[in-house]
Design a protein around this ligand. Structure first.
Ligand SMILES: Nc1ncnc2c1ncn2[C@@H]1O[C@H](COP(=O)(O)OP(=O)(O)OP(=O)(O)O)[C@@H](O)[C@H]1O
Ligand SMILES: [Mg+2]
Length: 408
């Protein structure tokens, strides 16, 4: 008996959770074993199909709801690790992934565990082996987690919500990642309107119930903009401040990261309330500025503040041309020079496209030539690592699971 079977056989068999199980397997006998298991257990919420890892990726891209368990077959794959990395882009962190293969290879097994895979089963499969692996794999204990991306303005009205909503929409629609958008303007932020949905008070409810942040509450309180983009917002009466216990935002973001690839945090102010807690919960912070001297100064202060926090987030600057370009504004090169940064990511002035998109709650520049939409796509590529191989490992959910590279 190999190490993998030993690991599985030692587990206590528990009844299988009857919510959705998806299995994509490469040969008829493995498929038959899993079908038999589903029949024996009377599991109705299961889908068993024949195919390779690319078929599993295609299936998961199209599925509106995540399964609880996913069984995939890497036998026949010459690059199982990179294939599973591609799969991870379309499978949200809460799904427990069990991999099936035909090599009893300890090195591969270790690499898979580092990727957050729950178990590796070597063929030939048996009903008992699969049952034990699925029953023992607990999605709530998964080491996988999404990434929190914060957006904060150097001053009011610089386009934080415009950029953050456009990015969230792009990531959801074009890359099929599962996105949570958290509008921290609890008295009626603009995100819901820009995304064409009705706001609710779901975010206030979530923040008051951080002791039971389970999947059910998260889905009850979100408003779905699509099958990949979920908005958490609030429209509290102006006279009603929300008194939050210290640690609330950190707990909320940690829970959301378990269910979404990216948690986009839209901060309405620079100080007070829960701003520092939010910054500490982010892996990446984007400071949004316009071309004013005041914004340049505030951007420098905000970058220092964010970079000095213990969370050690990566801080970047987005220079948004939110107003009509006129003489007298700070030039892009002066802005970069004043901040002492290698570069800033710039967004063009595009009032017409934005006005139409935001008032109709539609995607920016859909089907039209839009430089703003292109700048959003470039930002999304930088975040997901699609643009530069060097960024790939940092930008994905498994980055923290991989061994750190030495500085040399
Ligand atoms: N690049 C741009 N070109 C033209 N108009 C823009 C641009 N960016 C933002 N705007 C406009 O500026 C206005 C303010 O944008 P937005 O609400 O996104 O800013 P904000 O920083 O989130 O503001 P607040 O401080 O109120 O949260 C909106 O009407 C938006 O359409
Ligand atoms: Mg805003």
């Amino acid at each position: 008996m190999g190490a993998f079977e030993l690991r599985s056989a030692n587990r206590r068999a528990q009844p299988l959770a009857t919510d959705r199980i998806i299995a994509v397997l490469g040969d008829p006998s493995s498929e038959e074993v899993v079908k038999n298991l589903m029949r024996d257990q009377g599991i109705v919420g299961a889908h068993v199909a024949r195919g390779a890892i690319d078929d599993a990726i295609e299936l998961m891209r199209k599925l509106p709801h995540s399964p609880r368990h996913l069984l995939v077959d890497v036998s026949g794959s010459s690059m199982p690790i990179s294939d599973l990395m591609r799969l991870a882009e379309v499978v949200d962190p809460s799904v427990s992934v069990v991999v099936v293969g035909d090599h009893n290879d300890v090195g591969l097994f270790r690499s898979l565990l580092r990727l957050g895979v729950q178990d590796y089963l070597v063929k030939p499969l048996t009903v008992e082996l699969v049952q034990r692996a699925l029953a023992a794999s607990d999605p709530t204990a998964s080491a996988r987690a999404g990434k929190a991306i914060g957006f904060i303005g150097a001053r009011g009205g610089v386009g934080v919500t415009t950029i953050a909503t456009a990015l969230a929409r792009h990531l959801a629609d074009k890359t099929r990642r599962r996105i949570a958008y958290v509008d921290l303007d609890l008295h009626g932020g603009a995100a819901a309107s820009m995304l064409g949905i009705d706001a609710n008070n779901g975010l206030a409810e979530l923040m008051q119930n951080t002791h039971r942040l389970d999947q059910q509450l998260i889905h009850q309180t979100a408003v779905a903009q699509s099958d990949r983009l979920f908005i958490f917002s609030a429209e509290l009466p102006y006279e009603q401040p929300l008194a939050l216990r210290a640690g609330t935002v950190g707990e909320l973001v940690a829970a959301l990261k378990h269910h979404f690839h990216y948690v986009v945090l839209d901060l309405p102010q620079r100080a007070g309330g829960f701003v520092d807690e939010t910054l500490d919960a982010c892996e990446t912070i984007h400071v949004v500025a316009d071309r004013s001297v005041h914004a340049a100064r505030e951007t420098a202060r905000l970058c220092r503040f964010a970079e000095g926090r213990p969370a050690d987030a990566a801080v970047s600057v987005l220079l948004n041309n939110a107003q009509q370009p006129v003489r007298g504004r700070v030039a892009q090169s002066d802005f970069v020079h004043a901040l002492g940064r290698a570069s800033v990511h710039e967004f063009p002035y595009e009032p017409q496209t934005l006005a139409v998109a935001q008032n109709l709650g539609e995607a920016i520049g859909e089907g039209k030539h839009s430089a703003f939409a292109r700048a959003v796509a470039a930002l999304a590529d930088a975040i997901t690592g699609a643009d530069a191989p060097a960024v790939v490992e940092r930008g994905r959910w498994y980055a923290r699971l991989l061994p750190k590279r030495s500085a040399s």
